[in-house]
Design a protein around this ligand. Structure first.
Ligand code: DOR
Ligand code: ZN
Length: 477
């Protein structure tokens, strides 16, 4: 199928320019000056007044599938992703069973491909010392990164996250990895040049602070039990560990101002470190807690000064990409008292409108949006050979944006299993009105298009390149 998108304005990390885009058989075939005939097309999309971005990517989605489908399913989370303007998501590994080795990776990829509405990559899970020998296999299978939950104990039975220390007795958990384990994981990943990303909260600081605070009943208690220095101490140690081992390290969901400073300095010093943050840290502060009891998340949402420093980090490129950290729970779980409620909130369907709203208000310019929602994300996770660029030969994944259209986030209109959002009622401007996945219309006006491509697995460049060279060698032999 040949699809022509004409009269639109292309946005990349470097440029904003009027151009027509011809997609042929799933990839981008030509980018031409507006009006110049690009070639015959089966379908034409008129993008007058619209910005054409490389398809948006959310690299941090917990779909809970399999194992906790009472919270979310992969079919729901990817449909929600598609309807909001994302074309690719990267799925976190902490389902049940978690993706801790190559066999599970392959099984999970097949299960997800059967129901995916958008393309997807898969994360692998590090269990510290327990699966060090499986990391090379995970990278070889095409995992986009390996995740360390540095700050969480895991349920020994099913490797589920333990959200509150009182939830399980100590002998039934795998304790959070210590620094020794994190360094070992980085050393192992460095041998595959694989990316390690971590939830960074130092477990010993959390344990100490948690003991001092005791029962958590107010949002101030929560902040005191998970202080900012738990994050910064872990990140400072990670910087040293990355430098020591030469591994690539990514700080997930940065919440504290000082972390931005640490990462900025380390990047200047040439350490291979990157960082992301999420809309809830950019749009909410502790002041919102009384009105939004569902905003309990780890690490916690902090002060206005933290929020402002995070925005500064996004603008100056210290924070290289954005993610939703979609971590859905059932409504009855989130309605429990603060100390017992699980951490995490819905986000996959609201990241795009919120970031576009920031763009419309001039907080980010369109090229920055292209970088943090697509280009840098694809580079970081090793999928830039197909995703994240509007470039001839790349997957024809595009998100079409009306920067002027107003929106109101309405829970009832969401596509996730439970329709919950702490951003319910948020009003803004800037809407993804259509998207294209591998050359076919995927979403129009917030709903899936009949006849679209279904989602398929995207593997890291290294895994794809290796198979390609094996094939070529096979042909020659
Ligand atoms: O609050 C959180 N919930 N933070 C995380 O990093 C993980 C997540 C989850 O999976 O529930
Ligand atoms: Zn997470």
């Amino acid at each position: 199928m040949r699809l022509l998108i004409k009269n639109g304005t292309l946005v990349t990390g470097a440029h904003v320019e009027a151009a027509d885009v011809l997609c042929d058989d799933g990839t981008i075939a030509a980018i031409t000056e507006p009006g110049r005939p690009a070639g015959r097309a089966d379908e034409v999309v008129d993008a007058r007044g619209l910005l054409i971005f490389p398809g948006f990517i959310d690299p941090h989605v917990h779909s809970r599938d399999p194992g906790q489908q009472e919270k979310e399913t992969f079919a729901h989370s990817t449909t929600a992703a598609a309807c909001s303007g994302l074309t690719t998501i990267l799925e976190m590994p902490n389902a049940i069973p978690p993706v801790t080795d190559a066999d599970t990776f392959h099984r999970r990829a097949a299960e997800h491909a059967a129901v995916a509405a958008v393309d997807f990559g898969l994360w692998g899970l590090s269990l510290g010392h327990e699966n060090l020998d499986d990391l090379a296999g995970l990278f070889e299978a095409g995992a986009v990164g390996v995740k360390v939950f540095w700050g969480y104990a895991l349920d020994r039975k099913n490797k589920r996250l333990v959200y509150n220390a009182a939830d399980l007795p100590a002998d039934e958990v795998i304790p959070p990895p210590d620094l020794g384990a994190v360094i070992a994981v980085l050393g192992e990943a460095a041998r595959s040049d694989g990316l390690v990303a971590a939830h960074c909260e130092d477990p010993q600081i959390l344990a100490h602070a948690g003991r001092r605070i005791g029962e958590i009943t107010t949002y101030d208690d929560l902040l005191a039990a998970r202080p900012a220095h738990a994050e910064t101490a872990a990140v400072a140690a990670a910087i040293e560990a990355a430098d020591l081992t030469g591994a690539r390290f990514h700080v997930l969901h940065v919440a504290a101002a000082r972390t931005v400073d640490l990462v900025r300095r380390a990047r200047r010093d040439g350490v291979r470190i990157t960082a992301e943050t999420c809309p809830h840290y950019l749009f909410l502060t502790r002041d919102d807690a009384p009105a939004k009891p569902g905003m309990k998340v780890y690490p916690p949402i902090r002060s206005r000064a933290d929020r402002d420093a995070l925005w500064e980090g996004v603008r100056d490129g210290t924070i290289t990409s954005l993610s939703s950290d979609h971590a859905p729970h059932a409504p009855q779980d989130k309605e429990r008292p603060l100390g017992e409620q699980p951490a995490g909130m819905h986000g996959v369907e609201t990241i795009v409108p919120l970031v576009l709203d920031a763009m419309s208000r001039g907080v980010l310019d369109p090229r920055q949006v292209a970088r943090v929602l697509s280009e840098n994300t694809a580079d970081l996770y090793g999928i830039a050979h197909r995703k994240g660029r509007i470039q001839v030969g790349h997957d024809a994944d595009l998100t079409l944006v009306d920067p002027e259209r107003p929106f109101t986030i309405d829970e009832a209109a969401l596509h996730t299993l439970h329709r919950r959002s702490v951003f319910h009622g948020h009003q803004g401007r800037g809407v993804a009105v259509a998207s294209i996945l591998r050359g076919r219309p995927l979403m129009r006006d917030g709903e899936l298009v009949p006849g679209r491509h279904s989602g398929s697995l995207i593997r890291s460049r290294r895994a794809d390149a290796r198979d390609e060279s094996r094939q070529t060698a096979g042909v020659r032999a």
